[in-house]
Design a protein around this ligand. Structure first.
Ligand code: HEC
Length: 144
């Protein structure tokens, strides 16, 4: 008797279960070969900078990826914006301007905060207009 595949549940199960195992192995092995550091591997400098960001409540007025407070501008890519640099960011924090209050950060806090902002910047772009829609419905990042 010649049964078709759908009349052999055991075979179907074995095939699907093997697919599941292969796929799981593939998904869980990605981080093992990835060169992008996981949050745990990120340097202490960056994680300390994140604490400084939280300590001074920068997020109450600023956003990362559009999320946060809306009194000040989004700071996701402030680190690499062409008309800004470390000295500019430092000056903004130390002296403040209009609604932006001045903060007295220690040298160490400033160094770690800048490392944190640099790391956030490297994680992507918050500017929606920088993304180019592709014909297949995905988006690619236009290099500025
Ligand atoms: C009370 C709200 C408030 C807090 C808290 C605050 N900021 Fe701001 N920040 C602002 C405002 C408003 C501006 C825009 C000032 C302007 O140009 O008029 C600004 C501007 C900036 C800029 C310049 C951005 C640009 O694109 O030119 C940087 C950098 C910045 N803030 C960093 C920080 C950091 C780091 C912290 C935390 C230590 C912080 N801010 C906390 C309100 C705030």
């Amino acid at each position: 008797m010649n049964l078709n595949i759908f009349q052999q549940p055991r075979k179907v199960f074995i095939i699907l279960f093997s697919c599941f195992l292969l796929y799981s192995f593939w998904v869980y092995s990605i981080p093992l070969f990835s060169t992008y550091p996981t949050p745990i591997q990120k340097t202490k400098l960056v994680s300390d900078g994140r604490l400084v960001w939280q300590k001074y409540n920068c997020h109450t007025c600023h956003q990362f990826y559009g999320l946060g407070g809306y009194l000040g501008p989004d700071l996701t890519n402030v680190y690499s914006r062409s008309n800004k640099n470390e000295a500019y960011i430092k000056a903004m924090i130390q002296s403040g301007v209009r609604q932006m209050p001045a903060f007295e950060l220690s040298d160490e806090e400033m160094t770690t905060l800048l490392a944190f902002l640099k790391d956030v910047d490297a994680s992507g772009s918050a500017d929606v207009k920088a993304y180019q829609p592709e014909i297949l419905g995905t988006f690619s990042l236009e290099k500025k």
